[in-house]
Design a protein around this ligand. Structure first.
Ligand SMILES: Cc1cc2nc3c(=O)[nH]c(=O)nc-3n(C[C@H](O)[C@H](O)[C@H](O)COP(=O)(O)OP(=O)(O)OC[C@H]3O[C@@H](n4cnc5c(N)ncnc54)[C@H](O)[C@@H]3O)c2cc1C
Length: 589
């Protein structure tokens, strides 16, 4: 890339040395791959990233347009899409029978990371297509698979996920879009969806909308929601519309290259939908796509953290301002401790969240191929998905803002991409479930639902990955173990309290609980990285400088970020519920 926005050395380190993703080749599904072939895929992604990077700012400045119901996207999106389709990357994580390459999802996540560092907005188009194809492969009939999957993976058709409605945002139980059964087994769909990413564009000849709707006379609430495949154009004649209309385009704060649309289904009562999977199980099925999309959003935060870090690092190496003590000439700002602190914080966030994201994607691969331990990996994934999504989103936001600060006044101008990155990253903690909703999933469903037992599984997994820690790591490992013990005690107390004080009290500070558990997971990943780095330094052939920077970053994490857990612990231990609604309203002035 013209301006490096990620470190390939660090990506290789995380994939091959820390998580040892290449060991997936031992499973028949991945046996055609080895580290060499997988690295070639990363090389290809890097060359596409180089092509699309120049479009990052132009595609932000020239928003998509909507004329006569047809949305047109920036030419850069076309360049990206053509490259991803022609390189075979779009279909790469799918099975050979679908023209895929059976690429591990963890390696595809690395591909997405590389592409997203160059342009986090463009990858939404390919991610949505893959999500749609996955869902149809899991729940579709053989006929549906044959009709929809090949054109999706060939890039002829695109995909969307249509959940949100004006009255149904975080609470999808309120969905009112309706599906009317027809004698031929299809459904007439009627309703409106808002904020639909890539809901219309001029990239493909058709778009497959996956729409949540209620079949007439379905039960109330989430148990009455079904999932439908609703093509934009008719299947037997793609030149004819299927009564899906664009009502309007949202003017977003960031991620402007991907249009977000208000769509109307069935305004003329001629919108045909096909039931996907079982009636009334649509939301549960959709969770498959949503959970993968949540990992994608966390990865989006990591991409921007990395892009911001390398942009501000370069700036700090060129900008002279101020003097160091006892020096007469202005120095490069990278020499000031406060600037170094901001750079190190960004580095630690970018590398730590990347490690956690790839850990989750590895569990996703293992859950699919390791039959004997499938339940184990699925449980870990359920626990860690809200954590990884939120860490990527929230810490990504922190990191990008630190990057902007390193640039001083220039960071606040559109002469540099930091202000755009700050706008782009802001959405990550909102869509695919806000941070507040992720926190409730973690504390309410995962921890509360298992009465805390799932933490024992996590703890065992963590212990296993940190076994045989070298002497130098023990001081950090000890701090981590102490904090884990506090966290377990806190969890037990919270669960006890919920039986006396109720669920609202339990969940009132769920977001802080999520931040606390997130920090422990970051610590786990930094310890894993530190362990490998110390071991590498023991061998004479290691590249010392790289591993030494890793250990320096580990120390920085434990000095500057890890102690934040104490603040959250203190608040969570405090039983005064200042945020729960009381009889007398406190939010008045
Ligand atoms: C750019 C963009 C792209 C999007 N793309 C898509 C897409 O492709 N497909 C799609 O279906 N949707 C999409 N969305 C919608 C997105 O998923 C929703 O905006 C999000 O789920 C939040 O819903 P809402 O906006 O209605 O906020 P609300 O649900 O109204 O939430 C507002 C605030 O209240 C809090 N809150 C809500 N309920 C609770 C509760 N029970 N307890 C505690 N706090 C609560 C939330 O955390 C939030 O802080 C997109 C949105 C945007 C902005």
């Amino acid at each position: 890339m013209k301006q490096a926005l990620f470190s390939r050395r660090n990506l290789n380190f995380t994939l091959w040395e820390v998580h040892q993703v290449q060991q997936l080749s031992a499973y028949p599904f991945f046996e055609v791959h080895d580290q060499t072939t997988l690295e070639m895929v990363l090389d290809m992604a890097t060359s596409i990233a180089e092509q699309i990077q120049p479009f990052y700012q132009p595609a932000d400045k020239q928003e998509p347009t909507c004329i006569d119901q047809q949305v047109t996207v920036h030419e850069g999106v076309h360049v990206f899409f053509k490259a991803v389709v022609e390189s075979g990357l779009l279909a790469a994580p799918f099975a050979f029978e679908w023209e895929g390459q059976q690429l591990p999802k963890s390696v595809f996540a690395a591909v997405d990371f590389i592409l997203g560092c160059a342009n986090n907005t463009f990858v939404m188009f390919s991610d949505l297509i893959q999500g749609c194809a996955n869902l149809i492969l899991t729940f579709g009939t053989d006929t549906q698979k044959q009709i929809f999957v090949p054109p999706l993976l060939a890039g002829k058709w695109a995909g969307t996920m249509c959940l949100t409605e004006p009255q149904a945002g975080s609470s999808l139980a309120e969905i009112t879009t309706t599906a009317f059964p027809q004698p031929d087994g299809t459904y007439r769909i009627k309703g409106q969806k808002i904020f639909i990413s890539a809901g219309d564009h001029d990239l493909t000849e058709n778009i497959v909308h996956l729409v949540l709707a209620r079949i007439t006379d379905a039960p109330q609430g989430v148990k009455g929601i079904s999932l439908f495949i609703v093509p934009k154009n008719q299947l037997d004649n793609p030149t004819l519309a299927n009564d899906v209309k664009t009502i309007g385009l949202y003017h977003k704060m960031g991620q402007k290259a991907t249009p977000a649309l208000h769509l109307a289904f069935g305004e003329e009562d001629t919108c045909t939908g096909f039931l996907l999977g079982k009636p009334n199980e649509g939301l549960m099925q959709m969770f498959q796509m949503m959970n993968k999309a949540r990992l994608g959003v966390g990865l989006g935060g990591t991409q921007l953290a990395s892009a911001a870090y390398y942009t501000s690092l370069q700036y700090a190496q060129e900008r002279r301002q101020g003097r160091r003590p006892n020096e007469h000439l202005p120095t490069l700002i990278i020499n000031h401790p406060d600037v170094r602190r901001m750079l190190l914080e960004q580095k630690v966030i970018a590398e730590g969240t990347l490690a956690l994201m790839l850990q989750c994607y590895l569990y996703l691969d293992l859950a699919e191929v390791s039959l004997e331990k499938q339940a184990h990996y699925e449980a870990l994934l359920h626990l860690l998905t809200p954590v990884a999504k939120t860490l990527g989103a929230e810490l990504g936001n922190t990191a990008v803002h630190q990057g902007l600060q390193v640039l001083g006044g220039y960071g606040y101008t559109s002469d540099f991409p930091l202000e755009q990155m700050a706008r782009d990253v802001r959405i990550m903690s909102i869509y695919e479930g806000t941070t507040g909703i992720q926190a409730q999933t973690l504390l309410g469903r995962q921890i509360g639902g298992s009465q805390g037992k799932i933490l024992t599984l996590w703890e065992k997994e963590v212990q296993q990955t940190l076994a045989n820690a070298p002497q130098e790591l023990l001081i950090f490992l000890e701090k981590f173990k102490q904090e884990c013990a506090e966290f377990k005690l806190l969890t037990a107390n919270l669960l006890k309290r919920s039986s006396s004080q109720g669920t609202e009290a339990l969940l009132s500070d769920a977001t802080l609980y999520l931040h606390y558990f997130g920090l422990l997971n970051m610590a786990w990943q930094w310890l894993k990285m530190g362990l490998v780095a110390y071991q590498a330094l023991e061998s004479t052939t290691a590249e010392d400088a790289f591993y030494r920077t890793k250990i320096h970053s580990l120390k920085f994490f434990f000095k500057y970020l890890f102690p934040q857990g104490r603040t959250w612990l203190a608040i969570l231990q405090n039983e005064e519920h200042l945020t729960c609604k009381q009889t007398e309203e406190q939010l008045v002035w």
